[in-house]
Write a protein that binds this ligand. Sequence first.
Ligand SMILES: *Cc1c(COP(=O)(O)O)cnc(C)c1O
Length: 354
Amino acid sequence: MNCTPRLEIDLDKIYHNAYTLVQRLNRRGISVTGVTKATLGSPDFANALLRAGVSSLGDSRIENIESMLHANVTSEMTLIRSPMITHAARVVKFADVSFNTEIEVIRQLSVEAQKADCIHRVLLMVELGDLREGIMPDDLIDIVSETCCLPNIVLEGIGTNLACRSGVSPDVSNMATLTELVNFIETTTSESINVVSGGNSANLTWALSGADTGRINNLRLGEAILLGRETLYRKPIANLHTDAITLIAEVIESKSKPSKPSGEIAQTAFGAKGATTDRGRVLQTILAIGIQDIDPEGLQGDKGIKICGASSDHLIIESTGRKLPIGAEVAFQLNYSALLRAMTSPFVGNMYKY
Ligand SMILES: *Cc1c(COP(=O)(O)O)cnc(C)c1O
């Protein structure tokens, strides 16, 4: 018996998405770092990406990198969030490369790398307008110069991250700025910059547009592989699967009920206002999953299934035409927000299948 609720992850479709993107980007001179964080570093997912030809794996959590290594995933590992300074020893032990923006942290990585007698590679992230992580361009030369001098530290390259916090779109202009910064570093410091990591799934429209890619030779992709969509407008990417992942939840109540609540209406469990319109009686179904496990806004049911509300442990749907039987399984597609929450809920199982 399969457990419910669960995520079903079709690894053939994941492989196809990753392989297709790797091929298209390689033709543009861009390698792909496969980002595993949304799956909490699942070894099945990671191995599918490696078979598809990603050049390395990236994760924002050192714990996920450790669990992939523990499961014998063989790959270069990149920590794509700035390390906590208190994690420096773990970072040099388990990650080959880390993304950094604070010289204090890089100094500590150097201390720990000396203790561990290993080389740790550092990629410096630059702020280009989205106002999440990144060194201000004016401060870059100083940080590059110090980084290159630190014992047991090698400068891997530079990168940027757009779209995630403010929705700033990667485009010809900010990507050209990144290339100019690379050239500027090389002429000012005589260091050579090998890896230029231009961004995430939000960069695909730019990267595949035919525009000059300049010095950018790497992207870090998670969501586009998982969900088959670009992330600026969430449009499907040509020839990718948008249904590689399905959420399955189970019916625990199924009744014909009024559509309009009765009584004085105040706040709901999550502060929203309850329904006020009367649509007569409806076929109302409760599924055993809730806001603790998913983002109800990010679920898409099959035709005839409408999501009407949710509380911590209940998802309320309406079905047209048919009453859903108790114990029945109902399937949904998920957006990134719903997927993240489902992956991190201990109440939702994972089923990786071929
Ligand atoms: C999560 C993350 C990515 C991957 O983003 P997707 O939108 O899932 O492709 C890339 N880079 C950094 C720094 C990230 O944190």
